[in-house]
Design a protein around this ligand. Structure first.
Ligand code: 5RP
Length: 211
């Protein structure tokens, strides 16, 4: 799958031009994009979605910008699952909150995945990550357990100092669920991305496909 991730990342990378403000996602697919940027050296300002990505971008010699001062012309990010309506689940790497801020603000949001990430219904293969305040995580967990088959706390602290609860089970009505989860006090953000996706670039064994 690594070669398919790389193909998708490089295809998206071609859309990055000198002078652009570029949101850069997190994960193993995005790692290929950063390697591509290290080789092609476009004169861009990158806005990283995690500390890990920021470190990798700095090592690649890419200038770093701040989301409070700049709006990305384009954001490129991976996903855990993509459904036929281009709804996504994200957050396998635990960076979902910063990713959502940057991906939703971007003028164009491109998703890069390998073909294994394409599903008929979200929740088929991966749980939905929900970032929660440590202060109230048991309270949030109880609410989530009413909505999902199983909720598992990840042994992980996010860049924002919060916990992740992985919610297992197939997802009906992702748009409604995204908003409903954001209404739970103590929930910080969830890994459902149902807005702003411009294009999904899929690396497949037959070549690049687009949704
Ligand atoms: C990180 C993410 C990633 O984009 C998602 O988990 C996909 O990762 P990978 O490219 O390693 O398969 O949302 O929070």
């Amino acid at each position: 799958m690594e070669d398919l991730k790389k193909k998708a990342a490089e295809e998206a990378g071609k859309q990055i031009k000198d002078g652009m403000i570029v949101g850069i996602g997190t994960g193993s697919t995005v790692k290929h994009l950063i390697e591509y940027l290290a080789q092609t050296k476009p004169r861009i300002v990158a806005i990283p979605t995690s500390k890990d990505t920021e470190e990798k971008l700095k090592q690649a010699g890419i200038k770093i910008g701040n989301i409070n001062e700049l709006i990305p012309d384009i954001a490129i990010d991976g996903a855990d699952e993509v459904d036929p309506q281009k709804n996504l689940t994200k957050g396998g790497g635990g960076a979902l909150t910063r990713e959502k801020v940057i991906d939703y603000l971007a003028k164009k949001f491109i998703v890069i995945v390998d073909e294994d990430k394409i599903v008929q219904q979200l929740g088929e293969k991966h749980p939905l990550p929900v970032e929660v305040l440590p202060f109230a995580y048991e309270r949030v967990r109880k609410e989530l357990e009413e909505k999902f088959e199983r909720v598992v706390k990840r042994d992980f602290v996010t860049d924002n100092g919060n916990y992740i609860l992985d919610c297992h089970g197939k997802i009906k009505e992702p748009e409604k669920l995204e908003l409903m989860l954001n209404n739970i006090p103590g929930e910080v953000e969830n890994g459902l991305f149902t807005r702003n996706v411009s294009e999904v670039i899929v690396g497949t064994k037959e070549g690049i496909k687009r949704l």
